[in-house]
Design a protein around this ligand. Structure first.
Ligand code: C5P
Length: 274
């Protein structure tokens, strides 16, 4: 069985203080995009994974779903690591969805999403898929209702040659003193009405300041991305990828090519609303 594991961008990411469990409380509007890893799953007596990273969330996800079952997990990576694009979490979400089917466990997306919270903060949102409002430490997720002809947005992702440590960036973040849902609500409405400029104007990430202080290359990437013609421009998750909106695939390919010419890893992608 093959499952596509879609990367995500955070349109907003607001951080509201440290909770009793050491995690930060947050509110984030998360959108999956067309860039994906390809996960191949096969029933097997023993659980194995060829995921190339030391912190293999695929194995963690499979064990959280059913500790006594085996499977062979093959991961074809396309999403860069340390990029804020949720690569490892997307793989884990795809493993939960795929093994639920392969092992005939009959769990709902909501149940899989709860299991995903044991694996990583971004996993519940990526299990639900589509645009999601994520709260708590990431475990409270709500799928945003979309029109059936769901608007597709084109984006350009650009990553400087630095990898960010999520834990370090959170540690350096100065949380907001007040929890105000207004920004996320405005962004959710703009997504639902297909208002690209409305979304681009409200892109926000509280982790961007600390990430830029550690890696000034991220600020350079944002300047280059806007100069190449992207609308908005913000870092995704804990970085180091930045992204901005473009009006069409054609324009996105030009902006991505301009970023590649400057030495960045860059891709034109569209949002997944389904
Ligand atoms: O949940 P995940 O393993 O992806 O989180 C990685 C690290 O990011 C955590 O160990 C924690 O330091 C930080 N984090 C946080 N608050 C969140 C999510 C992540 O402090 N809501």
């Amino acid at each position: 069985m093959v499952v596509e594991a879609h990367a995500k961008v955070n349109l907003t990411l607001e951080v509201f203080g440290v909770r009793g469990d050491g995690y930060h409380g947050l509110r984030s509007v998360v959108l999956p995009v067309s860039l994906s890893d390809r996960i191949e799953l096969e029933d097997a007596p023993v659980l194995t994974s060829d995921c190339p990273y030391p912190d293999d969330l695929c194995l963690k996800a499979a064990r959280a779903l059913c500790p006594t079952r085996g499977a062979t997990i093959h991961v074809e990576k396309h999403i860069p690591a340390g990029a804020g694009l949720g690569g490892g979490s997307a793989d884990a979400a795809a493993v939960l969805i795929g093994l639920n089917e392969l092992w005939k466990l009959g769990k709902s997306r909501e149940q899989l999403s709860e299991t995903g919270a044991q694996v990583g903060s971004d996993v519940p949102a990526l299990v639900l898929g589509g645009p999601v409002l994520m709260q708590g430490r990431g475990e409270r997720v709500e799928r945003l209702p979309m029109r059936s002809d769901g608007e597709v947005f084109w984006l350009v992702l650009a990553k400087p040659a630095v990898a960010c440590s999520t834990a370090e960036i959170y540690r350096l973040c100065q949380p907001r003193p007040h929890d105000d849902p207004a920004l996320a609500q405005q962004v959710c409405q703009a997504i639902q009405s297909g208002d690209r400029r409305g979304v681009a104007a409200r892109l926000t990430n509280d982790l961007q300041g600390p990430a830029v202080r550690l890696h000034p290359e991220i600020a350079d990437a944002l300047v280059s991305l806007r100069a190449a013609g992207a609308e908005g421009g913000v870092m995704s998750g804990s970085g180091s990828t930045v992204f901005g909106f473009v009006p069409s695939e054609q324009r996105g390919s030009e902006v991505a090519a301009a970023m590649v010419a400057k030495g960045y890893w860059a891709k034109c992608v569209h949002t997944i609303v389904g």
